[in-house]
Design a protein around this ligand. Structure first.
Ligand SMILES: Cc1cc2nc3c(=O)[nH]c(=O)nc-3n(C[C@H](O)[C@H](O)[C@H](O)COP(=O)(O)O)c2cc1C
Length: 190
């Protein structure tokens, strides 16, 4: 698979085969991809909590918000929820702010997940205090992002942004999730 293939395959998936477990070792290998990724001034302030067990997953799930544009959909129902999570933390003992390190880190993880036949969704809409309490995360960590992971149970397609310029993703009657992307000639300024 080319890098382009992996990037195309790496859509945001929000419905999963919840019963397909992901071994903790797989999550550790994915974190290793993040560890090897670029970091501003090479400070490497990111740390991770991985969860592959149903009991911990059940504590993480209520702290997350899903697909804000899908107004009638409250998020994946029981049976279609992620089978694993990676919580991305910033270690404030190393640095006070984390720039775009976590964006790079999660993309590395997601590309690795795509290669492994998995999929996921970056979640920034997180009830951080509740999640910190649920997982016992110490105060010197800032919760930056949560990655939901699993074996995808939905089809996601990319389409061109229409003439009206609407970038909202949407779901059709068959349950296919459509993601409008701006065409290349609109994103290259010069
Ligand atoms: C920084 C960031 C934060 C995001 N936060 C959320 C979120 O809180 N909940 C959610 O359902 N999706 C979230 N997403 C996923 C985006 O909605 C998704 O990337 C976008 O719709 C484009 O779809 P694609 O990833 O398939 O290209 C986030 C994505 C990024 C990059």
């Amino acid at each position: 698979m080319t890098v382009r293939d992996l990037i195309l395959r790496n859509r945001s998936y929000r419905r999963f085969h919840q019963d397909v477990a992901i071994p903790r070792e797989t999550l550790v290998q994915l974190v290793d991809l993040a560890r090897l990724s670029p970091s501003a001034a090479n400070h490497q302030p990111l740390k991770y909590v991985v969860s592959a067990d149903p009991a911990t997953n059940a504590r993480i799930f209520p702290c997350l918000a899903w697909a804000a544009y899908l107004k009638d959909w409250p998020g994946p129902e029981e049976g279609e929820r992620p089978s694993a999570y990676i919580v991305v933390l910033g270690d404030k003992r190393i640095k006070e702010s984390f720039g775009c390190d976590h964006g790079i880190a999660v993309q590395s993880i997601l590309i690795g997940a795509a290669e492994a036949g998995l999929g996921g969704c970056i979640i920034a809409s997180v009830q951080r205090r509740e999640l910190a309490d649920a997982l016992g995360i110490a105060d010197h960590f800032e919760i930056l992002l949560v990655l939901a992971l699993g074996r995808p149970k939905e089809t996601v397609v990319i389409e061109a942004v229409g003439a009206g310029g609407d970038v909202k993703y949407w779901r059709d009657r068959q349950g296919v999730h459509h993601v409008p992307k701006r065409p290349l000639d609109q994103v290259i300024v010069r």
